[in-house]
Design a protein around this ligand. Structure first.
Ligand SMILES: Cc1cc2nc3c(=O)[nH]c(=O)nc-3n(C[C@H](O)[C@H](O)[C@H](O)COP(=O)(O)OP(=O)(O)OC[C@H]3O[C@@H](n4cnc5c(N)ncnc54)[C@H](O)[C@@H]3O)c2cc1C
Length: 382
């Protein structure tokens, strides 16, 4: 039987996240975006409240909650502000391959650092010449005694300017394609490691995105995730089965915020003697926005529920991420349309939401990449 009712604990967690979004995120969101301010204090406060890094197991000091709880919280945080939600989720994304592939001793160090000390982390896979095509990465890690020496650079790394450590995907065998990739932990103060400048992005400007560079960075062999070479690719990709339902939840929260602003405005603004929502063309637009939001949430919940039930959710995560990201773009664009000229002004929140939506169709695997994954999944047995 399918039950769409949340249990008492899930309702309480969702409510807690909503209150946090209302009181701690929304009042500051416009300022963060306008001044490109990284919301570090509020991220740490959310972590303290038990709203971040929910999937870190209890054995390593985390809350040990499921994917369903995580998506409920992430929809609310992004409803508060999508830039905040992205910035705050970076650490959970970096922890995903550690949870999946690290040794117990590695989990004890790195997951506990996040859960108990509030450490921040970033997931560093994309390179200047390799985004959708991850296997084209050129960053290398060469064994030297008890260490590895890493050379190369990564691009578009969320949270990089504030991260205490990084999950880094590098090639330990340059000739073996994706099979030659391994995951490493690199600390921010490692000699030879440097940060690029903060990118000036279209939206989500409070989130810190930048390149990172490795110039003969020496890391101890204990920092090789899982303790053996070559599992890096699978680990980094499995992280997406965890993260994509959460990005879909962010997109749903963004779309819901846009829709709510548009609905409210449609009851305030009059044209031709009627409120905007009394014009059927506007009412249909609002109806379509709501349908897409409901569908996004259902796809997101289904993928999260599959993950919690131990069912491989690669396909459902791709459906949810693709549909919800496209919905965020469409609904936020329609919200601007409902506001008319005022929607084009940064005086109103819908312009910021529309700018924030675009990247959701690009990062964590673009909408095209999600279709490639779905296509591969549905045709694999033909
Ligand atoms: C704000 C922001 C934050 C990010 N955060 C992180 C992060 O924390 N960590 C990290 O590792 N990366 C991060 N990324 C990188 C992001 O995941 C990549 O930008 C994304 O995967 C796309 O790669 P690309 O930019 O190199 O585009 P490309 O791979 O060059 O693709 C360009 C366009 O072509 C399309 N395309 C590519 N190949 C195909 C194909 N075979 N068929 C059809 N269409 C195709 C793509 O969908 C895209 O529209 C971030 C990016 C941004 C913008």
């Amino acid at each position: 039987m399918v039950n769409f009712q949340l249990d008492e604990m899930q309702e309480m967690l969702k409510e807690l996240a909503r209150e946090f979004a209302l009181e701690e995120i929304r009042p500051k969101a416009e300022h963060w975006d306008a001044t490109s301010t990284y919301p570090k204090e509020t991220i740490l406060a959310a972590h303290e409240m038990g709203l971040l890094n929910l999937h870190i197991p209890e054995a390593y000091g985390g809350p040990g909650l499921g994917s369903m709880e995580e998506v409920l919280v992430n929809e609310e945080l992004a409803w508060g502000d999508p830039g905040f939600a992205t910035a705050a989720y970076a650490t959970a994304l970096a922890c995903a391959p550690i949870i999946t592939g690290a040794t117990d001793a590695q989990k004890e160090v790195w997951l506990r650092k996040v859960a108990e000390e509030g450490a921040l982390a970033s997931y560093a896979v994309t390179e200047p010449g390799a985004g959708s095509d991850v296997a084209a990465c050129k960053t290398s890690a060469v064994r030297d005694g008890d260490d590895y020496i890493i050379n190369g650079s990564k691009m578009w790394i969320t949270g990089a300017g504030h991260a205490d450590f990084f999950f880094v995907l590098a090639k330990t065998d340059m000739d073996a394609g994706y099979r030659g990739m391994s995951g490493f932990i690199v600390e921010k103060d490692a000699a030879g490691f440097s940060l690029g400048k903060k990118e000036s992005n279209m939206g989500q400007r409070c989130s810190d995105t930048r390149s990172i560079n490795f110039d003969d960075v020496r890391v101890p062999a204990e920092h090789l995730i899982g303790g053996s070479e070559s599992g890096g690719w699978m680990n980094a990709m499995k992280a997406f089965d965890v993260s994509r339902p959460n990005i879909a939840a962010h997109a749903t929260g963004l779309a819901r915020a846009s829709y709510e602003h548009a609905l409210q405005y449609s009851g305030e603004r009059k044209t031709f003697g009627k409120h905007l929502h009394q014009h059927q063309a506007i009412q249909f637009m609002l109806a379509d926005m709501k349908t897409k939001i409901e569908a996004s949430r259902m796809l997101t919940w289904k993928s999260a529920a599959e993950s919690d039930a131990g069912i491989r959710n690669t396909e459902s995560a791709a459906h949810a991420k693709r549909f919800a990201a496209d919905t965020a773009m469409e609904v936020s664009t329609d919200a601007v349309q409902v506001y008319g000229g005022y929607g084009y002004s940064e005086e109103y929140p819908v312009a910021r939401l529309m700018r924030a939506a675009k990247v959701m169709q690009i990062y964590e695997g673009s909408s095209q990449v999600q279709r490639m994954i779905i296509g591969r999944e549905i045709t694999k047995d033909l």
